[in-house]
Design a protein around this ligand. Structure first.
Ligand SMILES: *Cc1c(COP(=O)(O)O)cnc(C)c1O
Length: 407
């Protein structure tokens, strides 16, 4: 006999609670910023991806309000039906200018952009190769595509090369041994490598130069997810590919409007042909209502800001805070913490990480514990993030609280 749904759910929740893995929602009562009101209490906020402090910036607020007055709130339908309101045109002109690409297409979220894009580019008979620590939206896209999914240990280039050797459509010396294998589609099989550039839970970087060299050698395509690098890295703040000088060798560049750009949405930049294919094939774009025009207009204002001298100054301010916090965290004894806006303090045990997060909360600081399945079992951590909206004083205040909370 089928278990009653509520009994099933209660038992599953109990299992999660016992393992220190239960999650729940908290209510935030104010805009994103250095202080956050959580369930009615004001706390120092070191948990936000609003790295440049744009989510509540007057420039973005005013752009959104103007768009509401002109276009209302809801977009009414998918972009391909009647939801593609005028602000999209401006944003999709600005994004390629920002990223130095030919064209761009905006999705409802970064999650939707990853899933829709991967599924539009590869399918049964093809291969997707992923870094082990890639974001869930990349993993979900790869699985949903029907392609064979291969995974290399985090940043392990020897293993990536082995996987490329096994699956590449253009193996060296022009052999095409994989094309006619039974069950393959009629097209020559494709291999797509997907990696984050700045890893969301570890804050470290993909070895992009090495990946580019390998994907060129084996004739694979490369898609990068710059969710945590857009607005922060490179002299024009385009991302890590700019910083490492490999932009021209990237086939598909994904970014989000939801982190440093302070809004919501995802986007893909690349050639005109790539973008037109996505508009025709990406199901998460075609079968989902367009973003509200106010968000699209605010995102345009954010991109314009990031491209300006003020954007450069804001990034420098962030880097100053990063330096201060990094010094403090290293002094507390946490090792190999990357020098970026994401600074994981790895605790290990899930229950211990939760307890530390709770002690900080009691001390007035909000730093969430990140646990399985977001990270591996036994690799629970506090994910500290710092933004340009913090002052030097607040960073020192945090360091004092971290020191007081112990391990
Ligand atoms: C946050 C994130 C996404 C998803 O973006 P949303 O806009 O939040 O849906 C995708 N990839 C990475 C690496 C992310 O960190």
């Amino acid at each position: 006999m089928a278990m009653e749904l509520d009994a099933f759910a209660t038992a599953a929740l109990e299992e999660l609670r016992a393992a220190g893995l239960l999650r729940s929602l908290r209510t935030v009562g104010n805009p994103q910023g250095p202080l956050i009101t959580v369930d009615g209490r004001e706390l120092l906020n070191f948990s936000s991806n609003d790295y440049l402090g744009l989510a509540n910036d007057p420039l973005l607020r005013e752009a959104a309000v103007r768009a509401v007055e002109r276009y209302g709130v809801g977009a009414g339908a998918s972009r391909l039906v009647c939801g593609n309101m005028a602000p999209y045109g401006e944003l999709e002109d600005r994004l390629p200018a920002f990223k130095g690409k030919e064209a761009a297409v905006v999705f409802g979220s970064g999650y939707a952009a990853n899933v829709g894009t991967i599924c539009a580019l590869v399918g049964k008979g093809d291969t997707v190769i992923l870094d082990k620590l890639n974001h869930a939206s990349i993993v979900d896209g790869a699985r949903q595509s029907g392609a064979t999914v291969r995974v290399y240990p985090h940043r392990d280039m020897d293993k990536l090369e082995k996987l490329l050797k096994q699956s590449g459509p253009c193996v060296p010396h022009g052999q095409s041994s994989t094309i006619s294998r039974a069950g393959r589609a009629a097209h020559p099989s494709r291999t797509l490598v997907v990696t984050e550039t700045v890893f969301s839970m570890d804050g470290d970087h993909a070895p992009l130069r090495e990946i580019v060299e390998l994907k060129d050698r084996y004739g694979a395509w490369l898609m990068i997810d710059e969710a945590h690098a857009t607005g922060l890295y490179g002299s024009r703040r385009r991302g890590l590919a700019e910083e490492l000088g490999v932009e021209d060798q990237i086939d598909v560049t994904l970014g989000t409007l939801s982190k440093a750009l302070g809004c919501v949405g995802g986007f893909v930049c690349g050639s005109r042909a790539l973008v037109d294919l996505l508009i025709n094939r990406a199901r998460s774009l075609i079968y989902s209502t367009a973003l509200p025009p106010a968000i699209v207009a605010a995102a345009s204002a954010a991109v314009q800001f990031v491209m300006s001298d003020a954007g450069q100054a804001r990034r420098e301010l962030l880097l100053q805070r990063v330096k201060e916090l990094h010094q403090g965290v290293v002094n507390l004894g946490y090792r190999s913490v990357p020098t970026g806006a994401i600074m994981p303090m790895v605790v290990g045990d899930e229950v211990k990480a939760m307890a530390l997060s709770r002690r900080l909360l009691d001390a007035g600081v909000f730093v969430p514990a990140i646990r399985y399945p977001t990270v591996a079992r036994g690799a629970a951590r506090l994910r500290l993030t710092v933004t340009a909206a913090h002052t030097a004083e607040r960073v020192q205040l945090l360091i004092g609280k971290l020191s007081g909370a112990g391990q």
